[in-house]
Ligand binder design. Sequence first.
Ligand SMILES: Cc1cc2nc3c(=O)[nH]c(=O)nc-3n(C[C@H](O)[C@H](O)[C@H](O)COP(=O)(O)OP(=O)(O)OC[C@H]3O[C@@H](n4cnc5c(N)ncnc54)[C@H](O)[C@@H]3O)c2cc1C
Length: 507
Amino acid sequence: MQNSSSTLPIIIIGAGIGGLSAAIRLASAGRRVLMLEQNPQVGGKMSQFCAAGFRWDTGPSVITMRHVFAELFAAAGRHIEDYLTLIPVEPLTRYFYQDGTVLDASRNWPTMAAQIEHIEPRDIEGYLRFLAYAARLHRITGPAFIYDQPPSLRSLARVPPWDVLKIDPWLTLNQVIQRHVRSPHLRQLLQRFATYVGADPFQAPATLGVIAHVELTGGVWYPQGGIYAIAIALARLATELGVEIRTNCPVQQIVVKNSQATGVRLTDGRTLDASTVIANVDVTTVYQQLLPPEIATTPRRQQLTARETSCSGYVMLLGIEGDHPRLAHHNIFFASDYQREFTDIFQQGIPPNDPTIYVAITSKSDPDHAPPGCENWFVLVNAPAVGANFDWATQEADYRQRIFATLKRFGFDLQPRLRSQTILTPVDLAERTGAWRGALYGISSNQALNAFRRPHNRSAHVRRLYFVGGTTHPGGGVPMVTLSGKVVAEMVLADSKVMLPAPNAPP
Ligand SMILES: Cc1cc2nc3c(=O)[nH]c(=O)nc-3n(C[C@H](O)[C@H](O)[C@H](O)COP(=O)(O)OP(=O)(O)OC[C@H]3O[C@@H](n4cnc5c(N)ncnc54)[C@H](O)[C@@H]3O)c2cc1C
């Protein structure tokens, strides 16, 4: 029996963080929501893994913009503290350089100033000026590019012309950093923020400096229990609000009739009707796999697949004997030639020969994530999206040795003390989450205009089909996809008012 469209659920394909955020907003507004997730667990790229007495987060590890999560819980009439314990992390990150320098990035100004004084006294003022510049970027670009509906000519017209000049639209992130600080150490530290959206600081626009603001001024937060606690908390809230979450439930196709999404077909052959469909799947994957050919035409698919992607990641989950008091919760081991790293990734399509290595150790904050006397290392190296120039199946083992050798040079000889190791390549990331070519953050943010070229949250080709998550507005990263849920929920609710007959209209 066919339900009337007003009682049909809104179907969300995928229970990543963006999908969960949209579900919470829509259920809070009284809508019926059904989430269909292909994996046995929710969270998407935010996931966890246990082996040999160790526990690791396998995806995101750095959480910024606490206010975004607090606001989501508040929108549902809840207090975030009742669901999550978010602890400020200090130092924000410990940076290790090839020349032996170690720098603890800190929100505590005397701590930070003392270290800059030691490295390059003239940079104290430059660093403060950069922080002020990054805060200004946040004030100017936030309303148009981060917190609200996708940018349009109308929304941009609200940005005063003198503010446009202040965001240096013609400069790269690297160029503005060079204008503010002299020390190669500080420059590299600030350049790294482009990688938070999988971009190259030597090509990406200066506006990505906004990421430095949210971390260096706003801080880094760790959810007690591990990053995956966020996924658990959001799924709990969604369920409390009446959202039905079905895991192990892969969607095969979005059903489209007369250019309108009417439901989904599951891989088991069943069809589920929906009033609206929201895809939390990578938009390129939706066009490649989930839309019927008359909608996903070859030119439309090619338009998406031809775009440069953000970078992917090579992940090692290591269970290691011994404590490492020299290390903090978040650590970076910098490459000597940072520009070369991005040339390798974006021009050569190969993982960096001399990689910068990120290591997160949650057992520093949650000791039960590793057996006594051991640590759980999450090792992440920037890597190109899956492509023809590097074959992970045959070349991964050699690349792993390169990472171990680099860490050994920094004084960490891990291989004799390994109790457990699990590898995730860009191919695994693509297979597990549907990320096109394993790219972590959708299309690349290397060009200034890419913020406008990001696929819109409202489908351009199918009515009542929407997109949420890291490959649509406002972009990738856990806080951004949480905001994406807000954007799409507001869009769906506004559109449904337009589509419903006016209260006094004749039936
Ligand atoms: C290794 C790594 C490190 C990262 N580090 C950070 C970090 O430190 N900080 C940060 O903020 N961000 C980080 N990110 C990025 C962040 O994890 C993502 O931007 C964010 O989690 C993406 O959420 P999403 O809403 O786009 O959904 P996704 O996580 O992409 O989830 C999509 C969901 O859709 C499901 N799905 C796909 N196809 C189907 C189908 N046909 N049927 C049903 N379900 C389907 C998938 O299984 C998945 O659960 C990292 C990501 C990775 C992988």
